[in-house]
Design a protein around this ligand. Structure first.
Ligand SMILES: [Zn+2]
Length: 213
């Protein structure tokens, strides 16, 4: 082998192993970066995201999160991707309003609205702070939300899931959401049509806050 060839082969070997190391590193870094939480946007980019607490467009009228992200425990994120896949067969998509809510952000929410009717006290801990709950709705292929009867975070009897005194269109849209979520292991709650918790596994509360760039 000529010196030139030897150098070439040495350098390409070096580059190859560097690339392999970089690839392994990036997967490890991605998981480690979020302390074991999964970033839903990286798993299914067709699930719409409008993380309301990263804007002032929420019931507190204040920006609670420093920047938006939809992180979830791995099993929960995978189940949600399944739900979206089943909805896509009907030309529908999920749209998430809130996912994992770090302990410090739950505290901010509580500081704004210290009322257990609307916000879970941080000491008790919300299913959102366990990375096991998600607030969401359904959109059509143009991104238009289905009529669910109320906005996200509307507190009143119109948002209750046991309230059947609603237009047939609303009841049908809610049924589509509930059926799809329950089939993947989620369960809803009585007072908020948009809230679902993953029921197949318990997760601890977490104070991890995702970084903002
Ligand atoms: Zn919720």
């Amino acid at each position: 082998m000529s010196i030139r060839k030897a150098i070439f082969s040495f350098i390409s070997g070096l580059l190859f192993s560097a690339a392999a190391v970089a690839q392994t590193d990036s997967a490890a870094v991605a998981m480690q970066k979020h302390k074991g939480f999964r970033d839903l946007a990286l798993m299914d980019s067709t699930i719409r995201q409008e993380i309301r607490y990263a804007t002032a467009n929420n019931f507190t009228k204040a920006v609670i999160y420093d920047c938006p992200a939809c992180l979830l425990r791995p099993e929960v994120a995978e189940a949600l991707v399944q739900v979206n896949q089943s909805l896509r067969k009907q030309g529908l998509y999920l749209k998430v309003f809130d996912c994992y809510r770090p302990g410090p952000y739950q505290q901010r929410l509580w500081d704004k609205v210290p009322n257990p009717d609307y916000v879970t006290p941080p000491a008790k801990g919300s299913m959102h702070s366990r990375g096991a709950a998600v607030d969401l709705t359904i959109v059509d292929s143009t991104g238009k939300e289905l009529n669910m009867g109320t906005e996200f975070d509307f507190f009143g009897v119109e948002a209750h899931t046991d309230n059947l005194n609603l237009p047939a269109e609303v009841l049908k849209s809610r049924q589509i959401l509930r059926d799809a979520m329950e089939a993947a292991g989620f369960g809803g709650i009585r007072t908020e049509w948009w809230h679902f918790s993953y029921r197949q596994k318990q997760f601890p509360l977490s104070d991890y806050v995702w970084p903002c760039h």
